[in-house]
Design a protein around this ligand. Structure first.
Ligand code: HEM
Ligand code: HEM
Ligand SMILES: [Fe+2]
Length: 457
């Protein structure tokens, strides 16, 4: 470790992995509820499990992004973090607030949670991904502000690099767009319109900047390729991201009551969104091929390359599948959406967080890379998790195509529930792949505890 304040990244990474395990357990519970409807009812109803699964995902990715920033910004800025103490305080606040919220989801019915947290004073609850009580949302804003202040001051007092500036811009955007979660108009069209300013402009906008910056940082470290080359790629990628992604929001405005021109604008611009994801893949492979050194951390290299490929497949290819208005007319809100959601979130954001953890954690533990054996186990976990998400995606895609056909096309469309019954076999297979995913995750965690000979830095 070059700067001792980088150590604050460690608890963030550990919390991220802990919450990741929780996320997957709740995914498995829901996956089973899909086929065994009253599994664990009434203790854990589907709607509660769904909030826990998706909210844990977002929260652990945020822990991962913050850990990544605390690790890489001091190194990029060539100075100690502005305030390690503030970083640790915020860690505990975020963890406790997050845990209490999850307990709230599980302990009481959602309506009761809204009442206890006095949602009626300032109503923001009840929308997918933004289910958190208003008080939790305020807590998130406080943590985000303190975090941005800490990172911003560090960048200001040190060397300014393209990587740290792009990262900072992405994190700033993340915080700014989250503010739209406080805007909750009664008009459902307006509500949905601005809801996407959080959800879409995050994953297909500002988060892509964070993704690009983290990947660029790890690639410089493991390949030793010139910073100038990496920076050029980064600039082109983020420019393409913003050009396509901002107006691309229109692919969510087809059927919510917004003007019809969105079907044209949304289709054209979102159809171009795969381009920056494709460039990310080319970028990662190009850098590794041109490498000037053989970094001992093979596992981190694998994660970095995997991120490029899987982000392109999940976001680019599976996004394109249903992004054109004439296609989306039939597929909107089907299992095809869930197929894409899983592979895109995994391929882009889960994998980039696991990439930086894979690179940084050994350094935080005082070695250049983990021992050979630990890396082999980690690479096994890479393949187990990645292949099972591919299968989850394929099974949900099969379910989605059949669902669209049975329920929305043909002369005698089935009801929603009849169509769901007809495709239950796909949900069983999804659950099977989910179990393999859990085994992969357990393998990943195991890799941290394997001891062997390592080179000190
Ligand atoms: C890493 C980037 C991405 C992530 C994490 C992601 C994730 C998601 C998620 C979770 C949903 C479901 C939202 C809901 O609950 O309604 C969704 C919807 C959608 N995504 Fe993406 N996405 C990404 C990139 C893309 C790209 C690049 C495209 C287009 C090429 C795309 C096209 C769509 C479309 C059209 C929908 C709406 C589906 C519907 O009508 O039901 N996504 N995405
Ligand atoms: C890292 C891995 C995973 C990620 C990133 C992830 C992400 C997501 C996201 C973004 C959604 C919301 C989708 C939407 O609204 O379209 C979701 C829902 C869901 N996930 Fe996952 N998930 C993962 C693993 C799993 C696993 C292993 C299972 C179970 C086998 C699972 C089962 C489910 C179920 C059943 C839903 C609810 C779908 C619905 O409402 O119909 N997930 N997940
Ligand atoms: Fe989108």
């Amino acid at each position: 470790m070059q700067y001792k304040s980088q150590a604050v990244a460690k608890p963030y990474f550990i919390a991220a992995i802990g919450l990741f395990i929780g996320q997957i357990l709740f995914g498995l519970i829901m996956g089973l509820q899909y086929v065994v409807g009253d599994f664990m009812f009434p203790a854990i109803p589907f709607n509660a499990a769904r909030m826990v699964h998706t909210n844990l995902l977002i929260v652990w990715l945020l822990f991962g992004f913050m850990g990544a920033a605390y690790y890489l910004v001091p190194e990029e800025s060539e100075t100690e973090l502005f305030s390690p103490k503030l970083a640790i305080t915020m860690f505990w606040i975020f963890l406790v607030a997050g845990a209490l919220t999850i307990v709230g989801y599980l302990a009481v019915p959602y309506a009761t949670l809204a009442k206890i947290t006095m949602n009626s004073l300032f109503p923001t609850m009840g929308r997918e991904f933004l289910e958190q009580p208003t008080i939790t949302k305020l807590g998130i804003v406080v943590v985000a502000l303190a975090f941005l202040f800490n990172i911003g001051m560090t960048v200001l007092k040190g060397r300014k690099t393209a990587i740290s500036l792009v990262l900072l811009l992405g994190l700033l955007g993340l915080a700014v767009f989250f503010l739209f979660s406080f805007y909750n108009p009664d008009n459902l069209v307006k509500d949905k319109y601005f809801w996407w300013w959080v959800v879409h402009l995050w994953v297909e906008g500002v988060w892509e900047l964070i993704l690009g910056a983290i990947l660029a940082f790890v690639l410089i470290k493991i390949t030793g390729v010139d910073r100038e080359v990496v920076e050029k790629w980064l600039y082109v990628i983020i420019t393409m991201t913003l050009i396509t992604g901002i107006i691309g929001t229109g692919h969510h405005y087809y059927w919510i009551g917004t003007p019809g021109y969105w079907q044209v604008w949304g289709s054209i611009f979102s159809a171009l969104e795969p381009i920056p994801f494709f460039m990310l893949t080319i970028f990662a492979f190009n850098m590794v091929n041109k490498r000037r050194r053989e970094h001992p951390n093979k596992a981190a290299t694998l994660w970095a390359l995997g991120t490029g490929v899987m982000a392109f497949l999940g976001a680019g290819v599976w996004g394109f599948l249903h992004t054109l208005a004439p296609v989306n007319y039939y597929t909107h809100g089907t299992q095809l959406t869930a197929a894409h959601g899983h592979m895109a979130f995994y391929g882009a954001y889960v994998m980039v967080v696991l990439t930086i953890i894979s690179y940084a954690m050994p350094v935080l533990r005082g070695r250049a890379a983990n021992c050979e054996k630990a890396q082999v186990v980690e690479m096994w976990s890479f393949w187990l998790m990645t292949v099972s998400i591919v299968f989850i995606t394929l099974f949900l895609t099969g379910a989605g195509i059949l669902q669209t056909w049975l329920q929305r096309m043909g002369d005698h469309p089935m009801s929603f529930m009849d169509a769901q019954n007809a495709i239950a076999i796909f949900y069983w297979m999804r659950e099977g792949s989910g179990l393999v995913f859990l085994i992969g995750l357990a393998t990943y965690v195991t890799s941290f505890f394997i001891k062997g000979e390592t080179k000190a830095i």
